[in-house]
Ligand binder design. Structure first.
Ligand code: SF4
Ligand code: SF4
Length: 441
């Protein structure tokens, strides 16, 4: 059984600091009913109150009231939270758990390097200096591409794997397969005759490197639906991972860059095919609420952000000829689509319209797969436990494809299927729609 933290209890000074401190009004909504507990993956795995939403809210309230010290042990309980927000969906009292947790982490980060655990500082360093820097990220994935394409990865996963120390073998098994060329297209991506409107695509940080085919499929689908598609070259990482890790300052800097970039593009909508990024961009208004120069612009920007499935489902997409995709498909609701953006029917509407596609629902399609940004690396044990439950659920459906809408989930599921020898492919919902459109041609 895994619990949050078992190291020394380190006192880190008084409670939450800075403008991001959790709001008492948010916390007061909790009536301690416990309806959220059975939906929480970390509570399911541990059976411990302190690893449940109610327990974590209690800890945060205690720190805010000055009754509990923010020790490393306490922060360990907060850190074991996946931020999947399943508890928010279950809560009858409307407790905004996601923002409470983000605020709590941000205000701990505001205490400076001596006021927070070293791991939090390291995580923020990686996010600022690698994930938020396209050139650094491209270099790292470029090396990964050489590693995969040279065949070295297959050798290490095959014959050489047997002689490698187990720790190294396990570590390597988390490395993604980076076989395809990155998506680097910017500017105008599609310009159909008599375009119905003009939309922009967020190309993101990791997404274009790991899943270029999702961007290609998105652009083709939007083109078929009659939309001009642009990708502003100045755009960057959305800052979702930074927000989740409590680095609100870095998230705000990235949000400002994106708002300026997409404002210049003068589009009707900003479309996102990564649920985590879309959820974060829809919250730019709140993120920049204390910035007088950006608060209003951020709100206006956020209103124009849509997930690709949300946008497509609102179009007459089934009027375009659909060809058969004869596959058994199940669907994983990305947490930041189902729980954060409250979008569940749009991806199903799209999949159910595809001729020949046989849908098999999971028992718990909206339960986290354990990816949760950097969580699979920083909380590897819990991430594996959560993933194991998901793989079992998928196995019961007999599906050969799992449709999802977030690159983090795709990576986590692919790793899980590969390590457990399951023959299931992961595809974005928009890739299946694209396959259907192409089949009709
Ligand atoms: S966000 Fe997810 S992991 Fe965190 S407390 Fe809520 S349900 Fe549990
Ligand atoms: S369901 Fe909502 S009100 Fe009930 S304990 Fe959980 S967070 Fe609190």
């Amino acid at each position: 059984m895994t619990t949050g933290y078992s190291g020394p209890i380190t006192f880190r000074g008084p409670g939450f600091v800075g403008e991001d401190a959790p709001a008492l009004t948010d916390l007061q909504n909790c009536i301690h009913c416990g309806f959220c507990l059975p939906t929480c993956p970390t509570y399911i795995a541990t059976g411990q109150e302190l690893e449940s939403p109610r327990g974590r809210l209690h800890l945060i309230r205690g720190v805010l009231d000055g009754k509990v010290e923010p020790t490393d042990s306490l922060l360990g309980h907060l850190d074991l939270c996946l931020q999947c927000r399943a508890c928010e969906t279950a809560c009858p009292s409307g407790v905004p758990y996601g923002r409470i947790m983000e605020d709590a982490r941000a205000s701990i980060m505001d205490r400076g390097v001596t006021g927070r655990p070293f791991g939090w500082t390291l995580r923020s360093f990686v996010l600022r200096h690698i994930v938020a820097r396209p050139k650094v990220l491209a270099t790292i994935f470029g090396l990964g591409r050489i590693y995969t394409r040279s065949g070295l990865q297959s050798i290490i996963r095959g014959p050489l794997g047997r002689v490698l120390p187990e720790k190294l073998r396990t570590l390597e098994s988390y490395a993604p397969v980076v076989g395809k060329s990155a998506y680097r297209d910017r500017g105008t991506l599609a310009r159909p005759v008599d375009a119905k409107g003009r939309v922009a695509l967020l190309t993101g940080c990791v997404h274009g490197e790991l899943y270029p085919e999702v961007h290609h499929a998105t652009v083709r689908v939007l083109d078929r639906l009659g939309f001009e598609v642009v990708a502003p070259p100045e755009q960057g990482c959305c800052g979702a991972l930074h927000s989740h890790a409590g680095d609100a300052e870095a998230a705000r800097d990235l949000a400002r860059i994106n708002i300026e970039a997409f404002e210049h593009a003068q589009v009707d909508y900003v479309l996102v095919n990564a649920a985590g990024c879309g959820a974060a961009m829809k919250e730019y208004g709140r993120l920049l609420r204390h910035d007088p120069a950006f608060a209003k612009r951020a709100e206006h920007f956020a209103e124009r952000v849509q997930d690709i499935t949300e946008f497509v489902a609102a179009q007459p997409f089934a009027d375009v000829p659909l060809g058969p995709v004869s596959e058994d498909v199940t669907i994983q609701d990305a947490c930041h689509l189902a729980h954060a953006q409250k979008i569940r029917s749009a991806p199903r509407q799209i999949l159910n319209a595809i001729p020949g596609l046989r849908m098999h629902e999971l028992d718990t399609p909206d339960r986290c797969c354990g990816a949760a940004g950097l969580y699979s690396m920083v909380q590897a044990d819990m991430s594996r436990q959560v993933l194991a439950a998901k793989l079992e659920d998928v196995a019961h459906t007999g599906a050969s494809i799992i449709a999802t809408s977030n690159p983090g989930c795709s990576m986590q599921l692919e790793n899980g299927f590969r390590r457990s020898g399951m023959r299931v492919r992961v595809q974005h919902v928009v890739e299946l729609l694209d396959a259907s459109y192409r089949a009709a041609r």
